[in-house]
Design a protein around this ligand. Structure first.
Ligand code: PLP
Length: 378
């Protein structure tokens, strides 16, 4: 039936849709369609329904796997959705988990509140000392989760040492590599089983996408299950977010080294300032884990610097309120510099000192950033 013979209801739905075959875009289009046409016999291309797969999701997963050098990458709607998928598929009711004592509070919260119903037990270790992890291992320990540099104390864990220890006890390892990105360290190459990212942070780089990524080199029953879980549980990123993330990743190798270089200079400036009680930054030779950081990180030490402001919470807030360039907001990893009073964000399990401010250093001109910090410290 020709268009002119169709009812307007049919025309309004079908007219003006282009067949994209043969269109030679230089940048990829956004495939917003939630569903894809099948052949008359029911057979189909790689795409049937966007929760199952979508060209933009597949494209960004391929890009991240290529950047990471991993066998696969699986994209989720947030970093915590990625962590939850790992927990749901690795853990069993009653499993024991070891996490860092300075773990991202959302990860700890997931275990403390939601996996409590599964009677999952977790213990926190000071992971700067691998022997402390070893002491916590039990026959029912299923998972050791590491986070290095950690959030917000910037503690460093010896990744290879944990991988060796875990393998000796047949325990699965996960590394939250959000703060380092694959530009600074590749935990899969150091023997870790699964690496996860909050792609909301440096991968996005512009504070406008929520996302989470899991990568691995072992294609196994477990990794297949996680891939299946992505499709079935449905915590998937939208095509637009995947497209945006794909575009953002193109500039990660330009953005992140500038952020790391700025952070190093800012950490050195703050360390010498009389109004600062302590600086946490693995790039400083005064950092207790600096040698381990040098061993396993290349090209820099990240763009997050935490400080203890001399004084109390009031002094910390006086400092943040005087800043002109740095914005006071949660999150990190964007091109814009942010500060955050961490304890205020840690909910019902606050662990940070009341005078701790976490600084996410952006790509601004570093002398401007230092001048802003200088005037705010007074
Ligand atoms: N891991 C780390 C180290 C984080 O800092 C965050 C968020 O701040 C997450 C995981 C959770 O990521 P999302 O907020 O994308 O769920």
């Amino acid at each position: 039936m020709k268009n002119k013979d169709q009812n307007i209801a049919t025309i309004a739905v079908h007219a003006g849709l282009n067949d994209t075959t043969g269109i030679t875009d230089v940048t990829s289009p956004i495939h917003l369609s939630t569903t894809f046409q099948r052949n008359n016999d029911g057979s189909h291309s790689d795409f049937t329904y966007t929760r199952i797969n979508n060209p933009n999701r597949e494209a960004v997963e391929k890009k991240i796997a290529a950047i990471e050098g991993s066998a696969t990458a699986i994209a989720f709607s947030s970093g915590l959705a990625a962590i939850n998928s790992l927990f749901e598929n690795i853990l069993e009711p009653g499993s024991h988990v070891i996490i860092p004592d300075d773990c991202y509070h959302g990860t700890r919260n997931l275990l403390a509140v939601f996996f409590k119903r599964w009677k999952v037990e977790f213990e926190e270790a000071d992971m700067t000392d691998v022997s402390k992890i070893m002491k916590l291992i039990r026959p029912d320990t299923k998972l050791i989760m590491i986070e290095t540099p950690s959030n917000p104390q910037l503690k460093i864990t010896d990744i290879s040492a944990v991988a060796v220890l875990a393998k000796e006890h047949s325990i699965i390892t996960v590394c939250d590599n959000t703060f380092a990105t694959p530009l600074l360290q590749k935990p899969l190459e150091m023997g870790i089983d699964y690496v996860m990212y909050s792609s909301t942070k440096f991968f996005s780089g512009h504070s406008d996408i929520l996302g989470g990524i899991i990568t691995t080199n072992h294609i196994s029953e477990l990794s297949d299950r996680i891939r299946e879980y992505q499709k079935t549980a449905g915590a998937v990123p939208s095509p637009f977010d995947c497209w945006l993330l794909n575009r953002s990743l193109a500039t990660l190798p330009l953005r992140f080294p500038v952020q790391c270089g700025n952070a190093q200079k800012i950490a050195e400036f703050l360390k010498a300032h009389s109004k600062i009680e302590k600086v946490f930054y693995p790039g400083l030779d005064s950092h207790p884990d600096h040698e381990v950081a040098i061993k396993q990180m290349t090209n820099g030490f990240g763009s997050i610097v935490s400080v203890l402001i001399r004084g109390d919470k009031k002094d910390a807030f006086t400092f943040t309120s005087r800043l002109a360039i740095f914005k006071h907001a949660t999150s990190l990893g964007g091109v814009e510099s942010l500060v955050e009073h961490r304890r205020s964000a840690e909910g019902n399990h606050p662990v940070s000192q009341d005078n701790l401010i976490r600084i996410s250093v952006g790509i601004e001109y570093v002398d401007d950033l230092i001048e802003d910090l200088r005037q705010a410290l007074g």
